[in-house]
Design a protein around this ligand. Structure first.
Ligand code: ZN
Length: 247
């Protein structure tokens, strides 16, 4: 690991007052949450997420989605934030970091204490009736499903969908716009545990790069943005992020 990259990254961080972190699946793998885009990993090896978690399949027959997502949610409920999540919460507390923009739906940033989290792909914590629009507690809904394996229905008879973005669905526009605004006006962008392949999050770093905002990349795999970064830390983020804060 390059000492020099760490020195540069730590120096940038120490000068920052309104940094933004863009996080992806890689920040939650140390918490035991499998990246469902990695083929053949445990929970996901039996199904094609793009099929079972597409809005069209859900509307046709929600049962396979609930079977699959119920198991995933059980994993998320039990998961604990790791040192990388906690380091970002600490940066916010120290007045370095202004916002976390995440592609994850697991809620671990909030569990770690981050106060301002923009969830690009939604969250399991709430759910909405597709007929009447009533919202409900998503965790209670999924826990109910895990017990009785009945696809949940609203009192109006409508289908209830957890507020996570399914394949084929639009991202929540207001959240995306807020994220773009935060990244365009930040003074440092940290990309953490994202390989920057899933759009539109993958393109968000452009907003920082084109305004010459410094970029720190913390990810195990190479990304398109590496060559624009002032520092690339190619290490487990549960090690690299706490190291940036000095321990
Ligand atoms: Zn309803």
């Amino acid at each position: 690991m390059s000492e020099e990259a760490y020195r540069r990254a730590a120096a940038l961080l120490s000068r920052s007052r309104r940094a933004v972190a863009l996080t992806g699946a890689g920040i939650s793998t140390p918490s035991g949450i499998a990246d469902f885009r990695t083929p053949g990993t445990g929970l996901w090896s039996q199904v094609d997420p793009e099929e079972v978690a597409s809005i069209n399949s859900f509307l046709r027959d929600p049962a396979p989605f609930y079977d699959w997502f119920g198991a995933a949610a059980g994993q998320m409920f039990a998961a604990e934030p790791n040192p990388a999540h906690r380091a970002l919460a600490e940066m916010e507390e120290r007045g370095i970091l202004r916002a976390v923009v995440t592609q994850n739906i697991d809620g671990l940033h909030q569990k770690a204490g981050s106060g301002y989290v923009l969830e690009l792909h939604g969250s399991y914590r709430t759910a909405t009736c597709l007929r009447c629009g009533a919202t409900t507690d998503g965790r209670a809904l999924l826990e109910g499903f895990l017990q009785d394996h009945q696809v949940p229905r609203c009192s109006c008879g409508g289908l209830i969908k957890p507020d996570v973005v399914l394949y084929g669905e639009m991202l929540p526009l207001a959240v995306l716009q807020k994220a773009e605004e935060e990244i365009a006006t930040c003074d440092l962008l940290l990309v953490v545990g994202s390989s920057l392949v899933v759009s539109p999050a993958a393109q968000l770093p452009w907003l920082a790069i084109r305004s010459r905002t410094p970029l720190i990349l913390c990810n195990l795999q190479a990304t398109w943005a590496d060559s624009y970064a002032q520092a690339v830390l190619r290490e487990d983020v549960a090690k690299s992020l706490p190291a940036l804060l000095g321990g």
